[in-house]
Design a protein around this ligand. Structure first.
Ligand code: MLT
Ligand code: MN
Length: 314
């Protein structure tokens, strides 16, 4: 029985992961030590299936090898051919390192399809290292903005997953920032959100791992989703500065903070959504501490804190 839709958060951390390789901030330190109340997290990625057999990844993180190793559904079938994968397609929501670098680990002449906006496809095209994915084997397909697209495998067969894309306020990938240009050269299509659905699922899920602002059109889009997976990078806009690990605010990085006036918790407080889950959580975010006041505050507001391996069935 494959009715409905199965989502699995395979990576719930922001770029860098939790712990981050070079980070000695108290959260990374205690999760390394195995302190109760802290769970390690890999970088940002979501898997979706309409039938339990064919899977579509949303973003390919640098941790994809570890994520596949920890997710039996994404491994070659034991009774399958000598080489194979249940991963039929990868949908990209932006060109951040934490969302595209995993593509390089999917080389080995295995057919699947990549879906992305023109802007993100241009980044792949401009960086010849992605040619390790031979285009005659790994199809690159354009996701039109504001439209619905049936996600097909490399051979053109339906995966059963359908996405609808929409531009969200955001920022061009860090490594593409142009200091001389307005908004660092950010253009529409650099960051998108996706509505994920299937023919048989009772509801749709919205996946928005990066989002700088919640405006009225976005609020309307979010309304009535069965599940919202939303940018939970930082709790406070100036959190990285307060922690002493960096000079950037959440806003500067293209990420809306969670707490307080103008934060996502407040802006979405009255939005009619089923489950609401924070993903893309930075290693400075106090919600990573299950015993913190901040974790209690998001829980009280109806939010769940995404973790690796978290499953959602719609
Ligand atoms: C982000 O989400 O802001 C980026 O992944 C940051 C980065 O590239 O490290
Ligand atoms: Mn990111």
């Amino acid at each position: 029985m494959g009715a409905g839709m199965h989502l699995k958060i395979i990576g719930s951390a922001a770029g860098g992961g939790f712990p981050q390789w070079n980070c000695n901030y108290r959260f990374s330190r205690v999760v390394r030590e195995g302190q109760p109340g802290f769970q390690s997290r890999t970088q940002s990625s979501l898997a979706a299936s309409a039938n339990g057999t064919d899977w579509v990844l949303f973003n390919a993180s640098p941790d994809i090898r570890q994520q596949i190793a920890g997710t039996p559904e994404l491994q070659p079938r034991t009774d399958g051919p000598l080489r194979g994968t249940p991963i039929r397609a990868v949908v990209l929501t932006n060109a951040d390192v934490d969302h595209i670098a995993g593509l390089l680990s999917l080389r080995e002449r295995e057919p699947f399809a990549i879906y992305a906006t023109d802007r993100v496809l241009e980044v792949l095209d401009a960086n010849s290292i992605f040619n390790v994915l031979d285009r005659s084997i790994v199809a690159r397909r354009r996701l039109p903005l504001g439209e619905g697209t049936d996600i097909l495998d490399a051979g053109g067969s339906p995966t059963g997953i359908r996405v609808e894309t929409f531009a969200v306020p955001g920022k061009v990938a860090l490594f593409l920032e142009d200091a001389a240009r307005d908004g660092f050269g950010t253009e529409e299509g650099d960051t998108i959100g996706v509505r994920i659905g299937t023919e048989s699922a009772a509801g749709t899920a919205l996946y928005i791992p990066g989002c700088a602002r919640i405006d009225e059109p976005l609020k309307q889009r979010i309304a009535n989703a069965a599940c919202l997976l939303f940018d939970g990078t930082v709790y406070h806009d100036d959190e990285m500065i307060r922690a002493g690990v960096g000079a950037k605010t959440g806003a500067r990085m293209g990420h809306l903070h969670i707490a307080g006036e103008g934060g996502s918790m407040q802006l979405l407080a009255d939005a009619p959504i089923g489950r609401r889950i924070y993903v893309h959580i930075n290693n400075t975010n106090p919600i990573l501490d299950e015993n913190s006041a901040e974790h209690a505050a998001v829980s009280a507001a109806g939010w769940e804190v995404g973790y690796d391996g978290m499953e959602i069935r719609l």
